[in-house]
Design a protein around this ligand. Structure first.
Ligand SMILES: [Ca+2]
Ligand SMILES: [Ca+2]
Length: 103
């Protein structure tokens, strides 16, 4: 049996002690999202979110990039900018075992 090493990604999170949820501040979540901003234009495009999905293994497995961009893209310009990140955070809290905490 081949033992596969855990896939490394850019997340520096710790599992929450009581329910296994990952705790992040909004700032950390934002930073995390912007690690996917490959062309550094300050917004996350559909393509970048899709790459994120591919590169992050199971963590993002549920995340259908197109649907989520649509969901979070409240002004309809096809990309996620900083003002729209709270919508993604909401989604992440509900479906990705993340809890956004404020210090
Ligand atoms: Ca970008
Ligand atoms: Ca937008």
């Amino acid at each position: 049996m081949v033992h596969r090493p855990l896939r490394h990604n850019n997340l520096h999170y710790k599992p929450g002690p009581e329910d296994g949820k990952t705790e992040m501040t909004m700032e950390e979540f934002t930073k995390f999202l912007f690690t996917f901003d490959a062309n550094n234009d300050g917004v996350i495009s559909r393509e970048e979110l899709r790459e994120a999905l591919k590169n992050s293994g199971n963590w993002f497995a549920k995340w259908k990039a197109n649907r989520r961009v649509k969901y979070a893209d409240t002004n309809g310009d096809g990309v996620i900018d900083k003002d729209e990140i709270p919508k993604l955070a909401e989604f992440a809290e509900r479906e990705l075992n993340i809890r956004i905490v404020s210090y």
